[in-house]
Design a protein around this ligand. Sequence first.
Ligand code: ADP
Length: 444
Amino acid sequence: MNKQDEVLNKLKVIIDPDLGKDIVTLGFVKNLKISEGVVTFDLELTTPACPVKEQFRSDCKKVISELAWVKEVSLTMTSSKPSSALNKSGRGLATVKNIIAVASCKGGVGKSTTAVNIAYSLSQKGASVGIFDADIYGPSLATLVNAPFDGLFQKKDLIIPVEHINVKLMSFAYASANTGGGPAILRGPMVTQIINQLLTGTDWGELDYLVIDMPPGTGDIQLTLSQLIPITAAIIITTPQHLSFIDVKKGIQMFDQMKIPTIAVFENMSYFVCNSCNEKHEIFGSGSRKKLVEQFGIKNSFSMPLDQDISAFSDSGTPIVIAKPEGESAKEYSKVTDSIIREISKLNFANLPKPEVKFDNGNIYYKTDNGVENDIKPAILRRQCRCAHCINEITGEQILQQDDVEDSIIPNDIKPMGNYAVSINWSDGHSSIFPYELLNELVQ
Ligand code: ADP
């Protein structure tokens, strides 16, 4: 075996925990050179903000050093270039790798605050980042990030974004400050046109992530925007008092229509830690995260406390991840951000297997993402429905009786619901959402 192969063989034991394959098969190892016992190569990851970057670095050095002839390992961490899908969108977005839409069904739930803190957290982890405030009616980016601003400038036919602490920023508020105009009487189609012009007309340069603070709601404006912009993934922000599952479902469905996976649900202001007793108070009740996992299979659901510092720093224009990076809230934002990075890396490797569900020969055929396949009787699955009509959402007890479902029931329609669940419309007129996790249990 030649020395190159010896090195590659060693590196093959290092598995990417998210993609489930070794780093050689994934094509991460580039420019491998060996000279007089010195092994030099690049490890090209999907993102410079990879949460396991340092682990990869030390694992690579360790396994290669086990070869008796190796004197030194020189390893450079790099990351891949933008995908061709985004290149096609052209203009200012041509060199943007991933677009993350941060959406909420209602206003005032902390969508903009979350978008800004996630963006700065991505930047702190080494990624190049931009934030686009698409909320024309209530732009808040200029308040949340107190960037020095003395007007927008244009270079060739693109607008130069405002830049503050390594993050590029663009908002309708900056553009309207230039012209002195406001958004008061804009109608839907005009709004989407303005947003699209501003977004594609900004010179974003090479970005790993562009975070879009979407206008609140799941109506026409949001739908059109999702069609116009090549969004990689969506995050839905909600609060426990707003946590209506109908709303979360509407949000996921809207992105689904556009084939945009919802990769995380973020429950903001979900509890409060009292200064004097240090106790966690779940003012609006607990258990909503559990319901999110049970109903939509979204494991990436996070809770952020109601934290006076978050609002105080936001109001003063410094995101809390910058102002208090060691605080509990910044750590929670960092956790959310890591999970977003990992989910997007998985999406970028679109050849990862997906579960398959279809109605076939009187049964529901299900194949798990690791290839286990089996049939499930439709009535058995229908009786497992966990929707608010079928179980008591507070006690978790089953309301639906076994006899309520005829053995002859069949699905009329089966569609994926987000990345982690499937939605089924039944012949009895009922519709259910089943996380793949539940189907996995049924077939194994
Ligand atoms: P949206 O974009 O959904 O309209 P904002 O991000 O503008 O909401 O937030 C609304 C208000 O709530 C702001 O004053 C913000 O500082 C505050 N806020 C957001 N998240 C939190 C939190 N976790 N704790 C305390 N205040 C928060």
